[in-house]
Design a protein. Structure first.
Length: 297
């Protein structure tokens, strides 16, 4: 069935991002991609790009993310989460909620992170998790990420205490790495025991659909009805509405003159026709408006 837009899917634990895209592609019979991966063990917002939405996947990936996760202290694993083999264990019953809160707050701001050994990052053309399964651990580059907010929601004491944490962060942040670093910071080690992504850019978990809900819509030939519009991740860009002639030229790949209200501006803008339909993205270059991503009729 022909459809275009973004599916805000509530991915269940145990399903990979690739599996989710393949499931929708198979059931809907249309082209599908995803706007950034979510760990197999994690649940929550996974943005699937259906049809023409694939052209805007870059902007769907750019937004900040929000997570709720659980860190278990006193246990470390090779994958930094509960799915991996245990590499260390200790009694962490002396750990307190204030200690965790103080250590977690120290991660706010810009920090350097190293990708987990078991991750989808490429090294020499091969994904790290493939090398890790072969017992190989190539050097991993660090990346600079930003933690806007990090707070403890609740704390359960015990031999292996658990803390539920809420994180708001930039794209590319590894919450598994943050959990392991937090465990190291409090002196007993730790791993991520559960994770839910509650927001990915413009897409919120409150609006997510389960696999079952999406499947039901597909069976009722209502896929288009459940998709978010093509311009959902583009709202931070300025908007422009063109007259019919200019809209038609731009839609067919031609450069048009920049309207008076954009003279002196620069950068990308989202462009609409008089009916309010998205034409695509165009870039202001001097007195010209040049099409960059166009939604063909």
């Amino acid at each position: 069935m022909a459809a275009d837009g973004f599916l805000n899917l509530l991915k269940p634990p145990g399903m990979t991002s690739h599996d989710a895209a393949a499931w929708l592609r198979r059931n809907a019979g249309t082209a599908v991609g995803h706007a950034g991966t979510l760990d197999r063990a994690a649940a929550g917002v996974l943005v699937l790009c259906v049809g023409k939405a694939r052209r805007f996947s870059r902007w769907a990936m750019e937004g900040d993310k929000a997570y709720v996760g659980e860190v278990t202290f006193g246990i470390t694993t090779d994958t930094l989460d509960a799915e991996g083999a245990v590499t260390g264990e200790c009694d962490a019953s002396d750990l307190t909620a204030p200690q965790v809160a103080q250590a977690l707050a120290a991660f706010e701001g810009e920090i350097e992170q190293q990708a987990p050994a078991y991750s989808a990052v490429h090294a020499g053309g091969v994904r790290l998790y493939q090398l890790a399964r072969q017992g190989r651990t190539p050097p991993r580059r660090t990346r600079r990420v930003r933690i806007m907010s990090a707070r403890v929601l609740d704390f359960t004491p015990g031999r292996h205490p658990r803390a539920r944490i809420a994180i708001e962060c930039s794209k590319g942040t590894y919450i598994r790495s943050l959990a392991a670093d937090l465990g190291h910071a409090v002196g007993c080690g730790g791993c991520l025991s559960f994770l839910v992504r509650t927001r990915a850019g413009a897409f919120d978990v409150a609006d997510s659909l389960t696999v079952e809900q999406a499947q039901r819509a597909i069976e009722q030939d209502r896929l288009q009805d459940i998709l978010c519009p093509l311009d959902t991740p583009l709202q931070a860009l300025p908007a422009l509405t063109l007259e019919a002639r200019e809209a038609n030229l731009l839609r067919h790949g031609s450069v048009v003159l920049v309207p008076a209200q954009l003279r002196g501006a620069s950068g990308l803008t989202r462009v609409y026709d008089q009916a309010g339909s998205l034409i695509g993205l165009a870039e202001v270059e001097g007195e010209q408006l040049r099409p960059r991503v166009v939604v063909a009729e």
